[in-house]
Design a protein around this ligand. Structure first.
Ligand SMILES: [Zn+2]
Ligand SMILES: [Zn+2]
Ligand SMILES: [Zn+2]
Ligand SMILES: [Zn+2]
Ligand SMILES: [Zn+2]
Length: 436
């Protein structure tokens, strides 16, 4: 009995894997045979019961959970054996494995399938449905137990058992320094004196054993404090270097941008259109977009504009500017050049037509309203340069042939939200644009 108890010195482990050993029963007015777990043969701990009629067998929660887990492992094994036999079956020569006379029919998987849904109760062999039986809890509450520590005379009731063994003054806990077991209520006193417990010097913040601390001289401590400061300074210097580099890079970038020098040039264009079948895109470095089908709208009784988008979202908070060029190859009809906010539920867009009119469409209206009319016009053969400058929140379209500029102001760009698309609309079959 003595050796058994010494194995149970860690109360946290004791109740993790089984019930309460019978030898810890101190006093009970009733027969405890009903309160024994058939799996671990100890006194039930946190009992759960099988809910099948005429069974109601109780088990420790940990025991039945482990049983269910082990059984689930068995079921997996049975299934893999079964699937192997299925592979073998067609070659076995019986040729009638699905006929009602065949004995193999009764071995069909139904049985296994029931087992996979709910593991069986070890007693009644029927699927285990967890239930709770109040009378078992009441009976358990009436018993008195001994503490697991032989020196302790406390006889806790069932309900106080766990709490008691955790708080029992005779509980042993390992010292964080020397590792030797100490009585729980003497641990603090021991650790306050143990030479191997680690403590922190309040001046240099160095951690060392109490023994080393006693030898920790003022010189040592000051030296350590200097070392700490040196480390801190090294770290800070590294940070300053990093920040300086970043700062330098940004300064150069801002300088270039203010001069209008630093731009990402779009060379690779890709296009997105809802009217794919109406446009033909050809070329790689230089792409020609050509309207190849008539755009006549029967409802409106006139040629309609067909959009396509440059598949490039322009981030308005981007640092880098963006520049791209387009040549108007053929233009017999009109061309709309547009920019459109990417927020689909709150989309604002602007269009420019070849008469130099800039129009604006609100998200809740399906009509473009004239915003202003400038001198910015274009026609067949002209090359247009698009330049977006994020810092100035400005979009500039230059007609290089005519030396005229169309400018969208910061207030207009800000309204677009954090990014926008550019789009182009052709009306007349055969008209085409070339993206350079
Ligand atoms: Zn048990
Ligand atoms: Zn059962
Ligand atoms: Zn105790
Ligand atoms: Zn110690
Ligand atoms: Zn120190």
């Amino acid at each position: 009995m003595q050796t058994e108890q010494s194995n149970l010195l860690n109360p946290l482990e004791l109740l993790k894997c089984s019930g309460i050993p019978k030898n810890l029963l101190y006093q009970s007015k009733i027969e405890v045979d009903h309160l024994i777990c058939p799996i671990c043969l100890n006194i039930l701990w946190k009992p759960v019961a099988c809910g099948q009629d005429k069974c109601f067998q109780s088990y420790c929660e940990v025991c039945i959970n482990k049983w269910i887990q082990d059984q689930a492992g068995d079921v997996v094994l049975q299934e893999s054996l079964y699937s192997q036999s299925l592979i073998v079956a067609p070659d076995s020569g019986s040729g009638s494995q699905y006929s009602s006379q065949s004995s193999s029919f009764s071995e069909m998987p139904q049985q296994i399938h029931i087992e996979t849904t709910l593991p069986n109760c070890p007693k009644c062999k029927k699927p285990f449905k967890k239930t709770s039986i109040p009378i078992i809890h009441n009976l358990l509450d009436s018993i008195q137990l001994s503490c697991i520590y032989a020196e302790c005379n406390t006889k806790p009731g069932y309900e106080q058992f766990q709490k008691h063994i955790l708080q029992c003054p005779f509980r042993r806990i390992n010292c964080s320094g020397c590792g030797l077991q100490q009585l729980q209520n003497e641990l603090e006193q021991h650790e306050n004196q143990c030479e191997q417990v680690n403590i922190e010097c309040s001046k240099c913040y160095n951690k060392m054993s109490r023994k080393q601390f006693q030898l920790h001289s003022v010189d040592d401590c000051v030296q350590q404090q200097f070392n700490n400061k040196d480390n801190q300074i090294t770290q800070l210097n590294k940070k300053i270097d990093e920040l300086n580099q970043k700062n330098q890079y940004l300064e150069q970038k801002i300088c270039k941008m203010l001069k209008g020098e630093s731009f990402d040039t779009l060379h690779q264009f890709s296009f997105k259109t809802m009217f794919t079948q109406n446009y033909q895109f050809t070329g790689n470095q230089v792409i020609e977009a050509k309207l190849i089908r008539p755009s006549f709208n029967i409802q409106k009784q006139k040629n309609d504009f067909l959009h396509f988008y440059i598949n490039h979202k322009v981030k308005t908070q981007a640092i880098q500017g963006i520049i791209w060029r387009m040549r108007i190859q053929t233009l017999k009809g009109n061309l709309l050049i547009g920019i459109c906010s990417t927020l689909c539920h709150y989309s604002i867009d602007f269009i420019i037509n070849k008469l130099g009119e800039i129009k604006r469409k609100e998200w809740n209206e399906n009509k473009y309203k004239l915003l202003r009319k400038g001198n910015f016009t274009f026609s067949e053969g002209d090359t247009l340069t698009f330049q977006f400058m994020p810092l100035q929140q400005c979009l500039r379209i230059t007609n290089e042939n005519r030396h005229i500029v169309c400018r969208f102001e910061p207030t207009e760009i800000i309204e677009m939200g954090d990014s926008f698309f550019s789009f182009f609309s052709l009306e007349n079959q055969g008209d085409s644009l070339i993206f350079i």
